[in-house]
Design a protein around this ligand. Structure first.
Ligand code: ADP
Ligand code: AMP
Length: 220
């Protein structure tokens, strides 16, 4: 069966962490626009160079750039089984553009991960990610440490801190979320497609809540 799901939530809510599990458990591709940009930046492509300045500052990348990239990704054959979008849409215009790609509704469910702002800052400040841009490994110095310090459990590459996990960029990303991405929550709520999930507590507890929400909304 096809499942098209959007994972929403502020930076640090746990979208990437949870998306890796949901993608495996429901056998749908995990599509993170942030990861796609980081692959482009690592490759030194023109697209990557256009996005880098916005990302490092904690600003959203302009809609046209994001939409071209996302549109190409969701044209790939693996999307026939559905998809799990992480970090997209982030503006009302992006949500509308996604709708225009599918007849009869683009998505089955939008899952909003909710966490207190203080906890978001703690999570982002201690985040370490895999330096291999194709890996998506994500760790936390206290909450999810890797088995070997500084090394990714999944692929063995070195772990690094993201340029945008510095205090000034974290503050800016939280502002961007409040000012632009809240409209995306309203968009899916008005369509009756939004479910809110408490993303505090352990990674396992949150995963259980998300999987129940998906099973309830999109029965197999
Ligand atoms: P997002 O993709 O929403 O920005 P991440 O999945 O990258 O968030 O998580 C941000 C940080 O918080 C990472 O360091 C991750 O290891 C950690 N984290 C994720 N979920 C939890 C949780 N339930 N409890 C504690 N830390 C978490
Ligand atoms: P993320 O990996 O989801 O935390 O995204 C990191 C950064 O990539 C964001 O702060 C934005 O600069 C950029 N980005 C990722 N996805 C989008 C999007 N859908 N719209 C605009 N900018 C995005």
């Amino acid at each position: 069966m096809t499942r098209r799901i959007v994972l929403l939530g502020p930076p640090g809510a746990g979208k990437g962490t949870q998306a890796a599990r949901v993608s495996t458990d429901f056998a749908i591709p995990h599509i993170s626009t942030g990861d796609l940009f980081r692959v482009e930046i690592a490759a030194g492509s023109e697209l990557g160079m256009k996005a880098k300045g916005f990302m490092d500052a904690g600003d959203l990348v302009p809609d046209e750039i994001v939409l071209d990239m996302l549109s190409a990704r969701i044209s790939e054959p693996d999307v026939a089984s559905g998809f799990l979008l992480d970090g997209f849409p982030r503006t009302a215009a992006q949500a509308e553009a996604l709708e225009s790609r599918f007849e009869g509704g683009a998505i089955d469910l939008a899952v909003l991960l909710e966490v207190e702002e203080e906890e978001l800052v703690t999570r982002l400040s201690g985040r370490w990610v895999c330096s291999n841009p194709k890996c998506s490994g994500v760790f936390h110095v206290v909450y999810s440490p890797p088995i070997v310090e500084g090394i990714c459990d999944a692929c063995g590459a070195a772990l690094v801190q993201r340029n945008d996990d510095k205090p000034e960029a974290i503050r800016r990303r939280l502002e961007e979320y409040a000012s632009k991405t809240s409209a995306v929550i309203d968009f899916y709520e008005a369509r009756g497609e939004l479910v809110r999930v408490d993303s505090s507590g352990s990674v396992e507890d949150v995963a259980g809540r998300i999987e129940s929400a998906i099973d309830n909304a999109i029965p197999a």
